[in-house]
Design a protein around this ligand. Structure first.
Ligand SMILES: Cc1ncc(COP(=O)(O)O)c(C=O)c1O
Length: 429
């Protein structure tokens, strides 16, 4: 392997773009064609009747999902975001209720409570799994806490069984944002099925997808009914069903189309092999780079399956003597696209910094003294600013040869750290 770094004019290890990840094949095309022939692209009607819970594809997709994930109810929705909103509505969240959330996730997680006037309470993450730290969660629970909204980030399970026990003990809900972790497990149980409600994403970047879409899972009949009502204009059907508690049953259309459901049925059949493929690439990458100075491949807690939506390594520049930014630039020059830091801790978003969400008077922040200052979650800030280095397994379709080339590129860069440490702006190692 040529040793001169591509950043300094050497030959890159990978000289072409990595293939994009594509999961749609003949089966999905045929399924969509069948639906097109019927002309019935959605089977929902937003009033109480047989079609209230969707058409044949939606029902078949939900039945297949229930079977695959071993749950009593799978309620399809048109995105994970809608699923999060529906879950907050279903648990009866109201103005001023607190919901514990992690600062490291996609923004939809922490916006969901705001939709019902709830107050997101940020709790820091564990430095190795990047998921909520349960000890800090315990300390953050108050008499106003209504739910813990946990994220199985990058495909790794949070401490779900312990969190469920804690939630049950305190009489609050555990909601899993499982957008990134379908088929991950903790103690042999699938993530998304351990909390009171689990929410999956079927957007285009996920392990398997329907373009846009999502699924809420629950074993609780009452929550399932409330999710179905919220999905489809529950305000119209409160009377016929004689629902005692009509809280939050207003106004939304979160329905999945028949076309998307038909794609979902086919994608679900491939789910195991799609997820195992990404897992295998990631484990190979972890093994291949283990021991490089300052780089710690993703941790996997005991009795957990990590399904690797992202491969998130920890990087310590005090060991390597070179900043994360320079290492990332060098890797990119070798043909390895890497990301740094995932997202800024979500309390840095304008809604929190300006305390402005709904209307002009600062609702619901005007119901709380909680502040969203920097340093709220030091571990997440450290991961964002310095430590997390990611390879987005979700973006590429990687053969063994390509994975080996990525590993070679990491070795090349880390074997030439002394050249990088001489770059302007680097501290001497
Ligand atoms: C953790 C997490 N939550 C929520 C979402 C939102 O999902 P969707 O695009 O299906 O609404 C995503 C999407 O990437 C996500 O990764």
């Amino acid at each position: 392997m040529p040793s001169k770094l591509a950043l300094f004019g050497g030959t890159p290890v990978i000289d072409r773009q990595l293939k994009p990840y594509r999961t749609i094949g003949d089966e999905e095309r045929a399924a969509v064609d069948q639906v097109m022939k019927t002309g019935e692209l959605s089977g929902f009607v937003g009033a109480w009747c047989d079609a209230f819970n969707g058409g044949p594809q939606v029902r078949a997709f939900e039945a297949a999902w229930q079977e695959k994930f071993g749950v009593r109810h799978a309620v399809s929705v048109n995105s994970n975001t809608s699923g999060l909103f529906a879950a907050m509505g279903a648990i009866g969240l109201g103005p001023g209720d607190e919901v514990i959330v992690p600062p490291y996730s996609m923004s939809a997680t922490v916006m969901a409570p705001l939709v019902y006037g709830g107050i997101p309470v940020f709790v820091d993450i564990e430095p190795d799994t990047f998921c909520l730290d349960i000890d800090l969660v315990r300390q953050a629970i108050t008499s106003r806490t209504r739910a813990i909204l946990v994220v199985n980030l990058f495909g790794h399970p949070a401490e779900l069984h312990a969190l469920r026990e804690l939630a049950d003990e305190r009489g609050i809900a555990l909601i899993e944002d499982n957008a990134q972790a379908p088929l991950a497990t903790e103690n042999g149980k699938l993530t998304g099925t351990i909390g009171h409600i689990g929410i999956f994403s079927l957007n285009y970047h996920k392990h398997f997808h329907t373009g846009e879409g999502g699924v809420c899972t629950t074993d609780d009949d009452d929550l399932a009914q409330r999710l179905r009502l919220i999905r489809n204009h529950g305000e119209n059907v409160v009377e016929p069903l004689a629902i005692e508690d009509a809280t939050n049953l207003i106004g939304f259309n979160y329905r999945l189309t028949e076309l998307s459901a038909a794609v979902g049925i086919e994608q679900l059949k491939k789910a195991d092999s799609l997820v195992s493929g990404r897992e295998a690439v990631s484990l190979r990458l972890s093994d291949g780079v283990r021991g490089l100075p300052g780089l710690t491949p993703p941790s996997i807690r005991d009795r957990c399956r990590h399904v690797f939506y992202h491969w998130g390594a920890r990087y310590d520049e005090s060991v390597s003597g070179v900043s994360r930014e320079t290492v990332a630039r060098a890797l990119e020059a070798e043909g390895v696209p890497v990301w740094q830091g995932y997202v800024a801790p979500l309390y840095m978003l304008p809604a929190f910094q300006r305390r402005l969400a709904i209307g002009r008077d600062g609702f619901p922040f005007n119901l709380t003294n909680r502040r969203y200052d920097r340093v709220l979650c030091p571990i997440a800030e450290r991961c964002y600013e310095r430590e997390l280095l990611e390879f987005a397994v979700c973006v590429f379709d990687m053969s063994d040869a390509e994975t080996n080339a990525v590993i070679d590129a990491f070795h090349k860069v880390f074997e030439n750290l002394s050249d990088l440490s001489n770059l302007a702006g680097e501290k001497a190692s």
